[in-house]
Design a binder for this molecule. Structure first.
Ligand SMILES: [Zn+2]
Length: 879
């Protein structure tokens, strides 16, 4: 769930405020007002809370959602959400009287305690008072059900004690009415919760004209709610206060809540504008309950909707309602229908960490063995425990917890189990975990069987996350295998060289005939598929060098999920992608007249790419006009590092570490075909400050040498190729479209031609797709063919230095990020370490540039003089 931690922090913060508040609240006020309330503990609702929890356990029913109804008469239900200071409320009441209006005031418990006379004023004026929860907190669906029950019961008591009337309606501020919220409401004694059709802030009708516009957009029968204050400010104020004042002194912070976000006069004037506009439009205002009870069909529809939200949708009766529901004008109902938890098989994170998860507690000896091994290896994992296992093996569960591991809930829905039943079983498991073991969790796993939509909806409805797996280590065909070696060879084969960031690896502990196998396996998987990701050479390894942070850690699922520093949304939200990055395909107009001159500017070549070997569609004359050297124009001792293709974490993480170690940036030209299988790795490259370029989707060169005819021939026609390049860009966009480095997009419009071969139609497709530069380079290191580190270091040096030992300014090294390029990271480390050892005054010391600092608008490979001026004046050069 997004923002879970944040929500929890806010919840905790609010809870803390409330606890403090209830100790320090002006008891004399309450005393003056109601003799019946004892000063010591005026609003203790412990009894109500425990009754409600009991009911929840035995008979969890859900409250119904009340919304407006379609009405032929011009009525709306007007509500004011949240109290404000007494003076403002008094003026609003007076206005209602003057304009003959009725309204429902949703009162928040905490201000009801502070200004109980306000409630009396409202009551005496004949207006209604209902519950707006303790502080009108938003996003209450993220709160644990116990907290919800506490909040609802407590507020109810406060209002009852101060008005001698039981509130019948509950309204939560900006909250999804999930099954959990509805159950808590019902348990606290609310049959209905209220969902506004229209929610407005006073600022929206601060002038008569804007009020008229708001009213013109209303539909008869709607519930129209006016929010009297801005809740976001509550938290902002609280946090500010928390920083500068002792924790215990919360009162000043709380008082700020009572200040309306706009001035008192403005609020009153706005409300008057609204009431006048309503009168002009011939609307009358009624209480919420009057709208809902307006006619029989409304009440029936409401019940159906609630039934749909919280119960099985399998019956034909309810299926009939689906169309009606989807056309329902409260967007909320539709959202409830669509709300499913995605099964998380790989966590979208750039954190260098992955998870082991375990399930199946039946064999005590195996669990012990696993726990010992995890301890030896320093691994914390996530154990998914079924409710039946909590009952059968409480000692085992305790031991897992005592060893510092995370607990999640395992569910195994039976065939045809309904939404309601699944919700109930998750809620019961959570409750049992909490009561029996003192553990709270929001992680749910269905260890086997197909995960149905109903299950995903249920998991989401109770505010949990559904955890899947990237890799299941235990497979039924291996049941009687005896050695870890056997299992690993079959599961990983030759191609799966390493695991990846964000992956979830699942082990069952109750499956193998050989009890020792699981512990052996978890160790061997770590050694062979996780430890091999780290950069560990004889001169620099995590074991010897504390600063070497290239290892991946094994951490509990929940810990990775809540580490917001690294979590990202995949695919990225298109609205976070800048116009320039998004608008591929609209680069610059190109036609037969300017094509060649554009290619001259935008093609950075390579000496091995010639008319005879790998250029198709250009005349010999034209080819002479194209760049062959592959150097970027610069007068500084700058070189560029580029990496092609794609690889595993084991290959790419090592390169990233070396670049990080020497604080230099490179450009990664990606083959996009397999990126969707490991988006975290691509995202990591971008987040570590490197340029991302494209190297096509399928790595088909624009032109190949046909051995049969001895001629150069295209691999795809123009249309296919245009399509492929566009697709490749879209794949990159989905992972790094919103990533920026120093405020600039990480995703560039640079292309590296596969095999460096080019054709006229290929380049036409490229530019038509919006790519801006085709970058080969001055030095093909052929690193994937290298046989040793010294050999590759020599090639790199030849690429960087002239025979006289001077830096080849603007050199572009072409390297690879594939697993076959096994010596690249280490050779680069040696090259960069030697360079760093030189004094700055040494003319043979180079800097590493970023292509995106040089290949900016106006850069021309054919016009060196102009480009140099451009690069210098732009100030983009690396320091
Ligand atoms: Zn390639």
């Amino acid at each position: 769930m997004k923002g879970w931690t944040k929500a929890m922090i806010l919840v905790c913060l609010t809870a803390a405020v409330l606890i403090v508040a209830f100790f320090f609240f002006k008891p004399q006020l309450a005393q003056e007002h109601r003799g019946a309330i004892t000063v010591a503990n005026p609003y203790n609702a412990d009894e109500e809370v425990s009754q409600a929890l009991e009911q929840l356990k035995n008979n969890p029913e859900t409250a119904m959602i009340l919304t407006g109804s379609k009405s032929s008469s011009r009525q709306i239900a007007l509500t004011f959400d949240g109290l404000t200071d007494r003076n403002t409320i008094q003026q609003i009441i007076a206005l209602l009287q003057r304009y003959n209006g009725r309204a429902t005031f949703f009162a928040d418990g905490i201000l009801a305690v502070e200004y109980p006379e306000t409630l009396t004023d409202i009551q005496n004026a004949g207006q209604k008072i209902e519950s707006y929860t303790l502080v009108g907190q938003s996003k209450m669906e993220a709160m644990p059900i116990e907290k919800l029950v506490y909040d609802f019961c407590r507020t109810k008591k406060i209002i009852r004690e101060n008005t001698r009337q039981e509130p019948a309606l509950l309204k939560c501020n900006d909250t999804k009415y999930t099954a959990q919220v509805l159950q808590a409401a019902k348990a606290a004694g609310f049959t209905y919760v209220v969902q506004s059709d229209v929610l407005v802030n006073v600022k929206q009708f601060s002038t008569p004209a804007s009020a008229a516009a708001v009213v013109a957009s209303l539909r008869p029968g709607s519930i129209v709610s006016v929010r009297l204050k801005n809740k976001i400010e509550l938290f902002a104020n609280e946090q500010k206060k928390k920083d500068v004042q002792p924790a215990v002194d919360k009162q000043p912070g709380l008082k700020e809540i009572s200040q309306p976000s706009v001035g008192e006069k403005e609020v009153v004037r706005a409300v008057e504008n609204l009431l006048i506009a309503l009168q002009k439009a011939k609307y009358s205002t009624v209480y919420v309950e009057d709208i809902a009870n307006h006619n029989q069909t409304t009440a029936k529809r409401l019940e159906n909707r609630t039934a749909f939200a919280s119960l099985s949708k399998a019956t034909s009766f309810l299926q009939e309602q689906v169309l009606g529901l989807l056309s329902c004008r409260t967007a909320y109902a539709a959202e409830l229908v669509d709300h499913k938890s995605q099964e998380i098989k790989m966590i979208s994170t750039t954190e260098p960490a992955l998870s082991y998860t375990f399930g199946g507690l039946a064999k005590r000896a195996v669990v012990d063995d696993v726990l010992n091994k995890l301890n030896d290896l320093g691994i914390k994992a996530t154990f998914f425990v079924a409710e039946s296992e909590m009952r059968k093996y409480p000692e085992t569960v305790r031991k897992i917890i005592a060893n510092g591991h995370e607990i999640g809930i395992a569910i195994v829905p039976k065939n045809g189990e309904t939404f309601d039943e699944i919700c109930k079983s998750i809620i019961l498991s959570r409750q049992q975990l909490q009561e029996q073991f003192g553990v709270t969790t929001s992680l749910v796993k269905q260890p086997w069987g197909v995960v149905t939509d109903t299950t995903r909806e249920a998991v989401a409805a109770v505010g949990c996350q559904l955890i899947g797996q990237s890799l299941n280590i235990i497979q039924s065909k291996h049941k009687d295998y005896t050695s870890a070696e056997q299992v690993i060879n079959e599961i990983f084969g030759k191609s799966k060289i390493s695991l990846a960031r964000g992956q979830i690896v699942h082990f069952r502990m109750d499956f193998y005939t050989n009890d020792k196998l699981v512990a052996d396996l978890l160790e061997m998987v770590k050694q062979r598929k996780v430890d091999n990701i780290a950069y560990a050479t004889s001169f620099d390894s995590p074991a010897l060098n504390h600063a070497n942070d290239s290892s991946y850690r094994l951490k509990p699922v929940g810990e990775i999920l809540t580490n917001k520093k690294y979590i990202y949304q995949y695919p990225v939200d298109p609205s976070n992608v800048s116009e320039r990055v998004r608008n591929n395909g609209r680069g610059f107009p190109i036609d037969q007249h300017n094509f060649l001159s554009e290619v001259e500017k935008r093609y950075i070549g390579n000496e091995d790419v010639t008319y005879e070997t790998s250029i198709l569609g250009f005349s010999k004359m034209d080819v002479r006009r194209l760049d062959k050297q592959g150097f970027i124009h610069t007068e500084d001792n700058v070189i560029f590092l580029t990496f092609d293709d794609w690889g595993t974490d084991a290959a790419i993480n090592k390169i990233l570490y070396v670049l990080r170690k020497h604080q230099v940036a490179g450009t990664f030209f990606i083959i996009t075909h397999n990126v969707a299988q490991n988006p975290n790795l691509l995202r990591t490259i971008a987040m570590q400050g490197h340029d991302i370029g494209c190297h096509s989707d399928l790595h088909k060169p624009m032109v190949v040498h046909d051995p049969r005819t001895g001629k150069l021939t295209a691999t795809q026609d123009k249309e296919e190729y245009t399509q492929e390049l566009a697709e490749a860009y879209q794949k990159l966009l989905a992972v790094v479209g919103d990533a920026t480095v120093n405020g600039r997009p990480a995703l560039t419009k640079f292309f590296r031609p596969p095999a460096l071969a080019i054709s006229k139609t290929g380049l036409e497709s490229l530019f038509a797709d919006g790519y801006e530069y085709s970058v080969s380079g001055s030095c093909s290191t052929n690193d994937y063919k290298a046989e040793s580190v010294p050999q590759l270091v020599k090639i790199m040096k030849d690429g960087v230095y002239t025979e006289n030992g001077e830096v080849k300014k603007g050199a572009v090294l072409v390297m690879h990020m594939t697993d076959r390029a096994a010596y690249t990271a280490m050779s680069l480390d040696i090259l960069l370490t030697a360079n760093e050892a030189k004094p700055d005054s040494d003319p043979s010391k180079f800097k590493v540039g970023r292509l995106s600092d040089y290949l900016i608008a106006g850069y021309s490979q054919i016009d060196r003089k102009k480009t140099l001026q451009l690069v210098h004046s732009s100030g983009n050069l690396q320091k």
